[in-house]
Design a binder for this molecule. Structure first.
Ligand code: AMP
Length: 290
């Protein structure tokens, strides 16, 4: 596996592989099984997989965990190697932004206004900026993202379509712990009872999914089922709990249109961690055998 630390090294590697198909997995590192599942998917779909590990400062707000975000470069390199990644790109802030960076990339039209966009101002503009920069650098044929960050995936799909990036965006289902907790680098922050409480996100989604399966189609009632599960746990703070259209991400009210289906999404502060999760209510419950 090539370890590429500069833009020049990345470009030289890419030139060498000009006639191969490239699968790309952008990450912020502290890699876990969720990330590795994305890499395996990318490898099925391309000749070479490139992974970037970069904790992108422009997608963190002033009071967020940029400085304390967990990092493990040696471990990340070993994990990428273990799943057959061809090249890992490890850029620095200086090379990605310099000191006088002025360009913005924004998907407007409301997709970034609710859910995580409501409490993380500017977050998705940071994501679209770094992802478009990385797309230009890596020039992949396929880019693989997790459905765990549902809003991010929807916004990136729209950006790729509207800016004509010649890239297939592939979404991979959320990889979970046995008790349903979505794997996340931020699970590192969870200790003791917080780890137990963290299962409430999955339990809330599962209860609403079961309500849908039993025939419930009223948005308020579906949200009420999840809210009831959240209310049963002390010491957590719900940032949002919403029901949205699977593609447009607008908030749903009243009777949910069966043909469009719906996604329930939530963010909850548990101890020091802000955890997010989501689920299609009109789909099957995930398997938890991993
Ligand atoms: P991050 O390192 O958190 O920026 O995540 C990098 C990529 O991994 C994003 O596309 C995430 O959606 C994806 N990802 C993170 N956690 C999971 C998970 N539990 N299952 C599947 N994909 C994930």
């Amino acid at each position: 596996m090539e370890i590429l630390r500069t833009i020049e090294e990345l470009r030289a590697w890419r030139r060498l592989h000009w006639s191969d198909t490239i699968g790309f997995v952008p990450t912020m590192g502290f890699l876990h099984e969720g990330h590795l599942t994305l890499m395996r998917k990318a490898s099925e779909l391309s000749d070479h997989v490139v992974v970037s590990v970069y904790v992108n400062p422009t997608q963190f707000g002033p009071n967020e965990d940029l400085d304390s975000y967990p990092r493990d470069m040696e471990g990340d390199i070993a994990k990428c190697e273990s799943v057959g990644v061809s090249a890992i790109f490890l850029p620095s802030n200086a090379m990605m932004y310099g000191d006088d960076f002025a360009t913005t990339v924004e998907v407007d039209g409301g997709m970034g206004d609710n859910l995580c966009g409501a409490s993380r101002e500017g977050h998705f503009n940071g994501v679209t900026l770094i992802v478009s920069k990385l797309f230009n650098l890596v020039q992949p044929d396929v880019a693989v993202f997790g459905q765990k960050d549902y809003q991010q995936l929807a916004i990136i799909r729209r950006m790729v379509k509207e800016l004509n990036f010649p890239i297939d965006v592939v979404g991979v289902p959320t990889v979970r712990e046995r008790d349903g907790l979505a794997k996340s680098s931020r699970n590192r922050y969870l200790e003791g009872e917080h780890r137990t409480n963290a299962t409430v996100l999955y339990r809330a989604l599962k209860a609403s999914n079961e309500a849908w399966a039993a025939g419930e189609r009223d948005a308020g009632a579906l949200l009420g089922v999840a809210q009831g599960v959240l209310d049963s746990v002390d010491g957590i703070a719900v940032d949002y709990l919403s029901l949205v259209d699977p593609e447009k991400l607008n908030l749903l009210e009243g009777t949910v249109e069966e043909a469009r289906g719906c996604v329930m999404a939530l963010a909850v502060h548990v101890g020091k961690a802000r955890l997010i999760d989501n689920m299609r209510l009109d789909g099957p419950l995930p398997e938890l055998s991993v």
